[in-house]
Design a protein around this ligand. Structure first.
Ligand SMILES: Cc1cc2nc3c(=O)[nH]c(=O)nc-3n(C[C@H](O)[C@H](O)[C@H](O)COP(=O)(O)OP(=O)(O)OC[C@H]3O[C@@H](n4cnc5c(N)ncnc54)[C@H](O)[C@@H]3O)c2cc1C
Length: 275
């Protein structure tokens, strides 16, 4: 969506200094929506974004889902971290897991955004189905994490020579099947985007919901099959358990299943629904 000149400007800190580019779209319930007012040469923007993952390590921040008085569809733009009126608040980040991956709150108070920092055209993000495509990042992440837990548990049971127990064999059989089915659902959805993007948007939600279910089952069953000692801090399962519990709360899972269900029932649905 970015023009060549924009791409170079915004990725330069990443290429040269390893700065990260966070994506801040979500807003806390109850806060006023982020709004951009048209002014000479750009926009004045105010609002709150929460969970801006890695914003503390950014020079440029992607700000999405912004209503403006100049366009009927939402706009998005890049905001430099030194913009007057921007506060990046990392102090809120005291979660149960994912402590090393900080997701600050952003407070924008009358921040000036010059015209040249607008990204794409109004509404482009939703019109090009990026909400559905973004699902794949979470889906792959959940599946990779589930696979890591599975591999660790398998090794743990093998090393303790307790794999001859038929209940453990049953559990690993279940988990392997869930993992494989979930991965296939993801691959099928990815392939669909090329030939049937409307159905792919529904399939993307199915894949994400399925991966979250797989991860949930993996977390629970891995601890069950390995035993309580596996949840001691000396083992990575303890950290996986905390990190993934938070990570899988990223939201829209109920929305995902509702979209799939509505499609099945021939009822109307909104693939860009946030809550
Ligand atoms: C680790 C992590 C990193 C994140 N990183 C980013 C990021 O980089 N950028 C970004 O934009 N966002 C990010 N998010 C934010 C995410 O998109 C959500 O906005 C956030 O998780 C919502 O949290 P909340 O506490 O406000 O929950 P809410 O949105 O208040 O609640 C969501 C829960 O309420 C349930 N619910 C909703 N409505 C109903 C109802 N009517 N009845 C019953 N239940 C209902 C849902 O099923 C869901 O489980 C991140 C979230 C997490 C956890």
């Amino acid at each position: 969506m970015a023009r060549d000149e924009q791409l170079q400007r915004w990725t330069e800190p990443t290429v040269r200094r390893g700065a990260l580019i966070p994506g801040a779209g979500a807003e806390p319930h109850g806060s006023s929506a982020t709004v951009a007012k048209r002014v000479k040469g750009g926009y004045r923007v105010s609002g709150t974004k929460h969970y801006a993952t890695n914003a503390s390590l950014a020079e440029w921040l992607w700000i999405g889902r912004v209503t403006s008085d100049a366009h009927s569809k939402p706009i998005m733009f890049m905001l430099h971290r030194d913009t007057p009126g921007l506060t990046i608040d990392s102090s809120v980040w005291r979660p149960t897991g994912m402590r090393a991956c900080i997701s600050p709150w952003l407070y924008l108070q009358d921040c000036f955004v010059p015209e040249e920092n607008l990204l794409g055209s109004p509404g482009q993000f939703l019109d090009e189905n990026w909400m559905g495509k973004i699902n794949f990042a979470f889906t792959a992440n959940y599946l990779g994490s589930a696979r890591a837990i599975y591999d660790w548990a398998l090794n743990y049971v093998r090393e303790r020579r307790s794999g001859n127990d038929s209940y453990r064999q049953l559990r690993f059989g279940e988990l392997k099947s869930v993992l494989d089915a979930s991965r296939l659902t993801l691959y099928t959805a990815v392939r669909m985007f090329k030939k049937d993007p409307d159905s792919a948007m529904v399939a993307a939600h199915e894949a994400k919901w399925m991966a979250k279910e797989a991860l949930n089952k993996l977390m629970w069953s891995a601890a069950e099959v390995c035993g309580s000692t596996a949840l001691f801090q000396s083992h990575p399962l303890e950290r996986f358990y905390r990190d993934m519990h938070l990570h899988m709360m990223h939201g829209r899972h109920d929305v995902a299943a509702q979209i799939v269900g509505a499609a099945e029932l021939g009822e109307p649905f909104d693939v860009n629904r946030t809550h």
